[in-house]
Design a protein around this ligand. Sequence first.
Ligand SMILES: Cc1ncc(COP(=O)(O)O)c(C=O)c1O
Length: 389
Amino acid sequence: MKRIFLDHASSTKVDDEVIQAMLPFFSKFYGNPSSIHAFGREAREAVDAARTHVGEILGARDDEIIFTAGGTESDNLAIKGIAYLNKDKRTTKGPHIITSTIEHPGVLEACRHLETQGFQVKYVPVDNQGIVDLESLRDSISKNTFLLTFMFANNEIGTIEPIEEIGKIAQEHDIIFHTDAVQAVAKVPIDVKKQHIDLLALSSHKIYGPKGIGALYIRNGIKVQPIIHGGGHEKGIRSSTLNTPGIVGLGKACELATKRMKKDNIYIKTLRDLLIKNILQIEESHLNGHPEKRLMNNAHFRFTGIEGESLLLGLDEQGIATSTGSACSSQKLQASHVLLAIGLDPVQAHGSLRLSLGRENTKEEITYASKAIPQIVDKLRNMSPLWNR
Ligand SMILES: Cc1ncc(COP(=O)(O)O)c(C=O)c1O
C-alpha cells in the first residue's frame, strides 16, 4: 500500500543531511561540550556552529540562543522565566500577562499554571479566521502588564498572526514580547529585530531535524529566571549537559532551511493550493482559517455531516496520514479549543481535518489524496444521521 504523510505540522522526517551531520557526534565526537580537553572542545565547536545557524534563521546573534529540549520547554522557560522575575506585579489589578485563546498548550498550560500562582492572565479573542483582535489586546494592557505571548502561526488552522504589529504594541508600552514560532520557523521570514520580538520558541522536529531539541531566542539584555536548576549550562539559564547530536541536528536543519526555504515553500504551496482546490469541490466542504494569511503547507477543512476522526481513520486505512487537531490534543475527544475560538460549534469542530504538507510530498500523492478524501466523505455521509442531502 502507498503511504502518504500529510501530517508535517505534527512532525517531519529527519533530513538525510541532518542525520549525516549528527552521526559522528554519537560515536566519534562524544565528549561533553563543557569539558576543556580536546574531546570537549570538538563538541563545543560543533555546538557553537549550530548556535550560529539557529541565530541566522531568526536574524539573531548566536549569543542570544539557548538550547532546550523542544518547543514546549522553550515556551515554559520564556513565560515562567519572565513571570518569576515579575513576582512583584502579582496584584489583583489588571491583566499582567496577555495571550490569545488559540495558543498551543505549551503556552496555555504555562499561563494556567501561573494563574494558580497568583498571576493574572488575559486571553484575547481571535476573529473567525483566527487573527488576534489587536483592539482587544490594546484595551487589555494595564500598567502591570509585563508580558505578551502570541503565537507566530497557529498549529491547527495555520493562520499567521500580525506579529510585527504585536511587537510594536509591546515596544510602545515597554512590555516584553514572546512568540511561539514553532510552526512558523522555516515557513515564514523571521527577523526578530524588525519584528520587535524579545523571546522566540522553536522546535527542531518541525523543520526536518531530530525530536527532543529546541531553542529559545532571548534578546540581549532580557533577563529570564531559569526553570531548570543545576550545573549552570547555557549561561545558567538552562542547566543539563548539552545534547550535542541534537544540537548539531537542529543547527543543520536551520542551515538547510535558510538555504532552501524560498524554493521549498513555493513548491509546497503549489501542491497545497492544488489540494485545497480539489477538496473544496466536495459539497458542503469549507476551509478553516485565513484564506491567505496562512502557512503555505496547511490545509484545514470541515465537512458537514461527518466526523473528522472517522475520516482520519478511513484515510489511514488507505495509507494517508492526517490529523484532526494538534498532535498533542488529537488523542482527546473534546473539540479543539482553536476551532471553538474561531466560532465553530462543537459539531463543526468535530467535522474538521488538517492536512499539512512537506518537502517530500509529490503531485501524485496530492492527486491520490484528492481522490481518496471525497470517496471516504461520501461513504461516511451515506451512513451519517447528521447528513441530509
Ligand atoms: C505551535 C506549537 N508550539 C509548541 C509545540 C511543542 O513543541 P515540542 O513538540 O518541540 O515540545 C508545538 C508542537 O506541536 C507547536 O505546534
